[in-house]
Design a protein around this ligand. Structure first.
Ligand SMILES: C[S@@+](CC[C@H](N)C(=O)[O-])C[C@H]1O[C@@H](n2cnc3c(N)ncnc32)[C@H](O)[C@@H]1O
Length: 186
């Protein structure tokens, strides 16, 4: 783990992490990523929260990153998050909705573009990763697993989270985003 910038929060403020931040900065959140990028404050794999004491984190936001982990690493990551969060602490996860993209490949649904070729391309990249555009390669840009609402809910439940709910409405609530919140039990 490497700290690139000092934390944007002070001791009395809530600790909020944006894990797999990439180039995006989220106001009030500490950016964590396996690679240095515009949004990164701390370089660390998603499962390594040793930078913070156990039970000290208020919120973990993680957009389009869990699917980049092998399933064993995803489970290990969620268990690490559970232990790092305060009781009642929030996880906000966004991953591609595997069922939406399966239906998209079959031509049953379209996302932002009705053009069949671009619609197919969106589905394939959501399954396997936006490798070419995202810093040109494989490695951390590859998707290593996929989730349906049912499988993600079951994984979160098995890792000890409760109050698991799909976010309806607002940012990233289009049907191709599987946008889920859950909490560490109080
Ligand atoms: C598709 S980008 C998402 C970036 C940003 N969250 C967003 O929504 O625009 C996936 C990010 O996950 C990061 N990543 C991939 N594997 C990771 C890992 N094992 N630990 C931490 N970050 C990882 C990549 O470096 C990349 O920045």
């Amino acid at each position: 783990m490497t700290q690139l910038h000092s934390s944007p929060t002070v001791a009395s403020e809530p600790i909020r992490l944006n894990i797999g931040c990439g180039e995006s900065r989220r106001r009030g959140y500490i950016g964590v990523d396996a690679r240095p990028d515009k949004g990164t404050d701390v370089i660390a794999p998603a499962w390594d929260l040793s930078h913070w004491p156990a039970g000290s984190i208020d919120e973990i936001y993680c957009r389009h990153t869990l699917e980049h982990l092998d399933p064993g690493d995803a489970r290990r990551t969620l268990l690490a998050w559970r232990d790092a969060l305060k009781p009642g602490g929030l996880v906000h996860l966004i991953v591609p909705d595997l069922l939406f993209h399966a239906r998209q490949i079959l031509g049953e649904v379209t996302s932002w573009d009705d053009d069949p070729e671009r619609n197919f391309e969106h589905a394939i990249k959501s399954l396997y990763g936006w490798r070419a555009e995202c810093r040109g390669g494989d490695g951390e840009d590859a998707h290593r697993w996929g989730y349906t609402e049912a499988s993600l809910t079951e994984l979160l439940r098995a890792c000890g989270f409760v109050d698991i709910r799909r976010v309806q409405g607002g940012e990233d609530s289009e049907p191709w985003h599987l946008n889920v919140k859950c909490v560490r039990p109080a």
